[in-house]
Design a protein around this ligand. Structure first.
Ligand code: FE2
Ligand code: FE2
Length: 248
């Protein structure tokens, strides 16, 4: 990574950390942040499970087991955020029940500027579990897991201890952060099993640079929307019964 990229990485991480910390501390914006995390964490499970099956088919049981455990962890992370939302009497919007007319604009919104920039040069087809290049998967996910671990720790630490709901969330997020460190570690090991240390370094540098560019794209997106974010939550059911969350 060159020095300019490094400086931009620090600036970008700082800006996002400040933004997400203020969003999660504020009870008005917290539900939307939690819903975004729930969707992201739960959304990764089918992808990781499919990759685990592919690793089995390719005879790599070491990787298959790591991926299966990774999928289980992400399932648990999704549940932690769903539970935190429920404690605020909120739940993720059931996108399936939204009117048809919004579906075209929805698919546009789902392509976040972050992911478009991060995976620039790769088609959606190339990023599917059956097709994705293992090196691309490992390096791109390694960077995201490594940073997620630090981001979750930072966010957990701005939550107050004196109020039980926030305190629960704080403990949940700290345990998530630990899992993310473990994910980054096995992905790094997986790369080291496949290539030389200098090749790993080169690949990691490439994806660090991509992440910096993607963060800048995301920050400019946030600024363009004037801080307005799309709502991902709706009020939860009034009673404790029948409150199974719908994950889109
Ligand atoms: Fe996670
Ligand atoms: Fe993870």
């Amino acid at each position: 990574m060159n020095f300019l990229t490094y400086l931009m990485h620090l600036a970008g991480s700082g800006a996002i950390a400040y933004y997400s910390a203020s969003q999660i501390r504020d009870l008005k914006t917290r539900p939307n942040v939690l819903a975004g995390f729930q969707l992201a964490e739960s959304g990764s499970v089918p992808f990781l499970s499919a990759l685990s099956d592919r690793a089995v088919a390719e005879g790599d049981t070491w990787l298959a087991e790591k991926l299966a455990k990774h999928a289980l962890d992400e399932t648990r992370h999704g549940q932690i955020f769903a539970h935190a939302l429920k404690q605020l009497n909120k739940q993720v919007i059931d996108f399936k029940s939204q009117p048809e007319t919004t579906s075209t604009s929805k698919s546009k919104q789902q392509r976040s500027p972050f992911f478009v920039a991060y995976f620039e040069g790769y088609s959606a087809e190339q990023l599917k579990p059956a097709a994705i290049d293992w090196d691309v998967f490992m390096a791109s996910t390694y960077i995201l897991e490594l940073d997620a671990s630090k981001d979750f720790t930072r966010m957990a630490n701005v939550l107050p201890d004196h109020e039980p709901t926030s305190r629960n969330l704080k403990l949940g997020m700290l345990s998530i952060a630990q899992d993310e460190t473990g994910h980054a570690a096995y992905l790094y090991e997986a790369m080291m099993r496949r290539m030389s240390a200098s090749q790993v370094q080169q690949l990691v540098d490439e994806w660090r640079t991509r992440k910096v560019n993607a963060m800048l794209a995301m920050i400019s997106g946030i600024l363009q929307r004037n801080g307005q974010t799309r709502s991902l939550v709706q009020d939860g059911p009034p009673s404790e019964n029948n409150s199974e969350l719908m994950v889109a």
